[in-house]
Design a binder for this molecule. Structure first.
Ligand code: PLP
Length: 488
């Protein structure tokens, strides 16, 4: 961004000058602040019909550049109608993908620096801040010290939990085959395990890793939707007897459908005794371990070979940011490292640095630790704990309202911030309920099926959700239930 006065008379360029950048930058920050001021008044779920947003856009790109003011106005006019407001305090769908002022501003700085942190040498601060903040998080969540960079393991930021579990799966595959699969491909004998409630990312990753979908076993869940360890043990035994090679278990702390917590303390010894890699996916719920009173969710985590959780879900850090830890970083690096000549450098050769390109699938990487650093420093541990506790309290209050209303029932235990519930009138009534609520724009909830019955999921984790939003949501749910009951 050149200053106008720096340009020679013949220099021509189309860039935004620094003075313009400063002016527009302030306008953009104001725009975001106004958005947050207004967001709770918008219909949470976008009402756009398929193709409607595209149809409102010019068919061809502009030949002559347009003013920044015009572009920003078009965000309001053309883009906002197609936005589902994930940052609305009335967003109770899926799992949250929350953010915060500290995170947004840090990400802006990251964009401004435009750093590409594939190697330590390509920006030492990008790598070292990441190592440091991920070590901080080990103590903040009270994770095993083997995940610290000062021990045999370490943490790295991945874009998503899906990528984290793919890296875990690949490292496990290589460990199980003495790094032979990387050379010769898979022989179709490796078998992976996850519960029937595990996230679909596991199945996708088994396909991507060339293991074959038929070699993924879905282990039955107990009545609380958590993995049944005896069923896991039995299935491993059967597979071994059939000449197959069990090698990987993915356990979930906080399943997507119902927030079930797989019993790590029982699954762990099975993995250890059978020499299976245990990956723990705590995508949303891991954040709860910031609070000592919720750390029981990690009971047995000491058996894990790898672990991940997403600050981009519940820890006020905007997408994308998944923290992935391994107990044995050598296995991960040996799995993913390929050294072309153009990446050779002294720091790498010295062996004194981490090159995070070797800990992930892509080569390039953004400076994502900056936003985590800002978030942790802005809130402090105390601030993070306060808000997580608040969300859990609100969810527990909501669960109580559900329990006390005879038209509804809880569909699963609600250990943290997700409440699964249903109208007792059956699938059709619940479908109507979710449709009416979401069409009203007043709130957004999503559904799942538990025990093959339609179930509503109400998850509290948006940054600015307060008691009044939850009260209003419950009131709206009751009003719509009333209408369903009366057939209106
Ligand atoms: N694992 C669990 C338990 C999840 O709930 C989710 C998403 O909700 C994922 C994995 C996938 O997350 P990501 O979008 O980070 O890949």
């Amino acid at each position: 961004m050149p200053l106008e006065e720096d340009l020679l008379p013949n220099d021509k360029n189309f860039h935004m000058s620094l003075a313009e950048f400063r002016r527009h930058g302030h306008a953009v920050v104001d725009w975001i602040a106004d958005y947050y001021k207004e967001v709770e008044s918008y219909p949470v779920l976008s009402r756009a019909k398929p193709g409607e947003i595209r149809a409102s856009l010019p068919a061809t790109p502009p030949v002559v550049g347009e003013s920044f003011e015009t572009i920003l106005q078009d965000v309001d006019k053309l883009i906002l109608p197609g936005i589902t407001h994930w940052q609305s305090p009335n967003f109770f769908a899926y799992f949250p993908s929350n953010t915060s002022g500290a995170s947004i501003l840090a990400d802006l700085i990251s964009s401004g620096l435009g750093v590409q942190g594939m190697l330590w040498a390509t920006s030492p601060a990008c790598t070292e801040l990441e190592t440091h903040v991920l070590d901080w998080l080990v103590s903040m969540l009270d994770l095993p010290t083997k995940f610290l960079s000062s021990s045999s393991g370490g943490g790295v930021i991945q874009d998503t939990a899906s990528s984290a579990s793919l890296c875990a799966l690949l490292a496990a595959r290589e460990r199980a085959t003495n790094f032979g699969s990387n050379k010769r491909g898979c022989d179709g004998k490796l078998v992976a395990y996850a519960s029937s409630q595990a996230h679909s990312a596991i199945e996708k990753n088994v396909q991507i890793a060339g293991l074959g979908r038929e070699n993924l076993r879905f282990i039955e869940a107990d009545p609380n939707f958590a993995m049944n360890p005896s069923a896991l043990s039995e299935r491993i035994r059967q597979d071994r007897a059939a000449g197959l090679t069990p090698f990987f278990v993915s356990a979930t702390v906080g399943t997507t459908s119902s927030n079930a917590i797989d019993p790590l303390a029982q699954i762990g010894p099975i993995c250890r005794d059978n020499k299976l890699w245990l990956h723990v996916d705590a995508a949303m719920s891991g954040t709860a371990a910031l609070c000592p009173e919720f750390r029981h969710i990690h009971h047995g985590i000491e058996f894990a070979d790898s672990y991940c959780f997403n600050p981009h879900k519940w820890m006020f850090t905007n997408f994308d940011c998944d923290c992935f830890y391994v107990a044995d970083r050598k296995a991960l690096i040996q799995t993913l490292s390929v050294m072309p000549e153009f990446l050779r450098n002294q720091a790498t050769a010295s062996g004194d640095v981490f090159d995070y390109r070797d800990w992930q699938i892509p080569l390039g990487r953004r400076f994502r630790s900056l936003k985590l650093w800002f978030v942790i420093r802005h809130y402090g541990i105390e601030g993070l704990q306060y808000h997580i506790r608040r969300h859990v309290e609100l969810a527990q209050q909501f669960a109580k309202w559900v329990r006390d209303d005879e038209r509804f029932e809880l569909a699963a235990p609600a250990p943290l911030n997700l409440v699964c519930f249903r109208h007792i009138g059956g699938d059709e009534a619940n479908q109507q309920l979710v449709d009416r609520l979401n069409h009203s724009g007043d709130l957004y909830v999503t559904h799942t099926r538990l025990n093959n019955r339609m179930t509503l999921r109400f998850c509290i984790g948006q940054t600015n959700t307060e008691r009044r939003h939850v009260e209003r949501a419950w009131k709206r749910i009751q009003e719509e239930a009333e209408k369903i009951g009366s057939g209106s």
